[in-house]
Design a protein around this ligand. Structure first.
Ligand code: NAD
Ligand code: WQD
Length: 341
């Protein structure tokens, strides 16, 4: 069996961390990325951290000819499909861009896989597909819904993959539903590098801590949660990356279903103010904040039941809140301009 894994979007935040873990586990990532939300510097850093050359091709998953060229040049065994756009708010403004990048891109990729005889795929789905859950913690068989084009694109790609599998059960499909990825590699050399003003909580807090922003706007202080602020299941990106390695390894096990849907979360919820406090401890800096209006589309509480991941993948998160904040801080303070500097 070839250990070559095509990693779409492999230069991005989760992709770059996954490349490190893949290499350390003996896999050989072949990255394709159009660098629309990343740069090749992340891959240089992956090389620096692992001491291995990373094979990468610059191009778009919507370019069928490009995909055929890569798939014919490399003996690819499986695909991890990260490439896509991910900002919820932007997806409401630019639905066509999101459907084109995420859904059309996935269809073109899956067609190219089939025609090149590659039938193992791990897909980056999201806890967003659960909408506003009726009960907690969230299990994989909970009802699915979407409230924005980004979420709908994830839901639709999941449906496409389920249908591909029902039509040909030689495919092996693993849908990984991530909760809230945070943190960075412990070296501080790779991390999350949003292009614009960060939409997500932890990158924003980190920029307040380095003084780039004056204060954090806390979106809502009147939720039905212990301190009134939103509660989420934050998961260290290195734990998440290791989950992808486990998902690939699980393809080789005969006793598992060929279609798996797995939550990757910790099972622990923290509020916005918990995160502020934890980040103050890690950074030694005060994080100023103001409680403002709720953000449209947000829910009060979201956390996973991660027990199925343990059962089928033998995976569980090992890094706690302190490590998430310490590692984010190391990355942010050592790279205040991200990869640009
Ligand atoms: P990211 O933006 O850092 O990484 C995505 C990568 O894909 C980037 O390097 C980008 O340049 C590339 N890309 C985008 N469109 C492309 C295209 N058409 N062709 C080739 N490359 C393309 O995002 P991330 O946080 O690493 O997320 C990775 C995946 O995980 C995404 O699919 C995202 O929707 C999903 N996800 C992310 C989160 C999160 O909070 N970060 C949560 C759940 C799911
Ligand atoms: C976390 C909490 C906010 C920013 C999003 C996507 C989801 C997934 C992960 C891709 C919430 C609060 C945030 C700020 C704040 N991505 N907050 N001030 O909304 O749980 O999930 O990213 O799949 O699909 O929806 O993450 O980090 O934006 O917010 O108070 O400046 O922090 O209200 O309670 P979210 P987040």
């Amino acid at each position: 069996m070839s250990k070559n894994v095509l990693v779409t979007g492999g230069a991005g935040y989760i992709g770059s961390h996954t490349c490190v873990e893949l290499i350390e586990a003996g896999f050989n990532p072949i990255v394709i990325d159009n660098f629309s939300n990343s740069s090749s510097v992340s891959l240089e850093r992956v090389e620096e951290l692992t001491g291995k050359k990373v094979c990468f091709y610059e191009g778009d998953v919507r370019d069928r000819q490009f995909l055929d060229t890569v798939m014919q040049a490399e003996e690819i065994d499986s695909v991890i499909h990260f490439a896509g756009l991910k900002a919820v708010g932007e997806s409401v403004e630019k639905p066509l861009e999101y459907y084109d990048n995420n859904i059309s891109g996935s269809i073109i990729l899956f067609n190219a896989m089939r025609d090149n005889g590659i039938k193992k795929v791990v897909f980056s789905s999201s806890a967003t597909v659960y909408g506003d859950p009726h009960t907690l913690p969230i299990k994989e068989d909970f009802p699915l819904s979407a409230t924005n084009p980004y979420g709908r694109s994830k839901l639709f790609i999941e449906d496409i993959l389920r249908d591909i599998y029902y039509a040909d059960n030689h495919w092996q499909v693993t849908l990984l539903r991530y909760f809230n990825p945070v943190g960075a590699h412990k070296s501080g050399r790779i991390g999350e590098d949003p292009n614009d003003i960060p939409n997500n909580l932890i990158p924003f807090i980190a920029r307040v801590a380095v003084g780039q922003y004056e204060y954090l706007s806390v979106f809502g202080g009147d939720y039905d949660t212990p301190d009134g602020t939103g509660v989420r299941d934050y998961i260290h990106v290195v734990d998440l990356a290791k989950g992808h390695v486990k998902a690939l390894q699980a393809f080789e096990k005969d006793d598992l279903d060929n279609l798996l849907t797995v939550n990757l979360g910790t099972g622990q919820g923290y509020s916005v103010l918990d995160m502020v406090k934890a980040f103050e401890q890690s950074s030694g800096n005060e994080i100023a904040y103001k409680i403002v209006e709720r953000r449209a589309g947000d829910i009060a509480t979201c956390y996973a039941d991660p027990s199925y991941a343990k059962e089928v993948l033998g995976w569980q998160a090992e890094r706690g809140l302190r490590e998430m904040c310490d590692d984010t801080w190391r990355w942010q303070s050592q790279n205040p301009q991200g990869y640009a500097a």
